[in-house]
Design a protein around this ligand. Structure first.
Ligand code: DX5
Ligand code: ZN
Length: 214
């Protein structure tokens, strides 16, 4: 079944508790962390994650858009992340492997994210260790951007690599996901849909989530 992961980047941070309660029928809560270095924007970090952890039992899918994530993955795992996802463009392969190891040692799930220009093949050295592969369908950094349909080939390629290797691994898409683009992603092989504006931009969030689930 398709899992929906509303991105709190599009929520009203002044009333974050009730915003989270409004999307509790979803599967994961997608938590976007930006450092102003890996992406040209800043968002939220560890103190907010600790507060969110206290008010929800939802699976927290933490998407780190930060430079050299190996420095921080343990702190995000300890702060309450259930899945720690970071970008493979954000450091050297050796540090990426080390970050994966640290997250697993913390007993958490781990994922790697790919920017639009990064090919599916870049995942090969890591795939067997992953619980999630995140294919960005916009350039990371901002909510509300237009879906890049040209990433669908990559989604299909990643799904094929996982199936061929007999692995169990979520394939998540993130960016521009709405009622029109969601079925395109699912058809291509995605099973987790991160969506910000198309959920938090709607008054009836439960209905928005149902519609995305298809
Ligand atoms: C963008 C973030 C996304 C963002 C998606 O860099 O990683 O999770 O919140 O927002 P929408 O769904 O509005 O494109
Ligand atoms: Zn994200």
């Amino acid at each position: 079944m398709t899992k929906i992961a509303p991105s709190i980047l599009s929520a009203d941070f002044a009333v974050l508790g009730s915003e989270i309660a409004s999307i509790c029928s979803a599967d994961y809560l997608h938590f976007d962390v930006m450092d102003g270095v890996f992406v040209p924007n800043l968002s939220i970090g560890i103190p907010v994650l600790e507060s969110v952890r206290k008010v929800t039992d939802m699976t927290l899918d933490v998407h780190l858009m930060i430079d050299r994530p190996v420095r921080y993955v343990k702190r995000f795992a300890d702060a309450g992340a259930d899945i720690v996802v970071f970008h493979l463009e954000a450091d050297e392969p050796q540090n990426t492997l080390e970050a994966i190891r640290i997250v697993k040692e913390c007993g958490k799930k781990v994922g790697l994210a790919l920017k639009p220009k990064t090919p599916a093949s870049a995942l090969i050295p890591y795939l067997s260790r992953l619980d999630m592969a995140l294919v960005m369908t916009v350039e990371p950094g901002f909510g509300g951007q237009v879906f890049m349909e040209n990433q669908m080939e990559k989604v299909t390629a990643v799904r094929k690599m996982i199936t061929d290797a007999g692995l169990v691994c979520d394939v998540e898409v993130d960016g521009g996901i709405n009622r029109k683009t969601a079925p395109v992603c699912v058809k291509a092989g995605a099973n987790v849909l991160a969506a910000g504006s198309s959920v938090f931009g709607e008054k009836d969030r439960a209905a928005a989530i149902r519609e995305l689930r298809g």
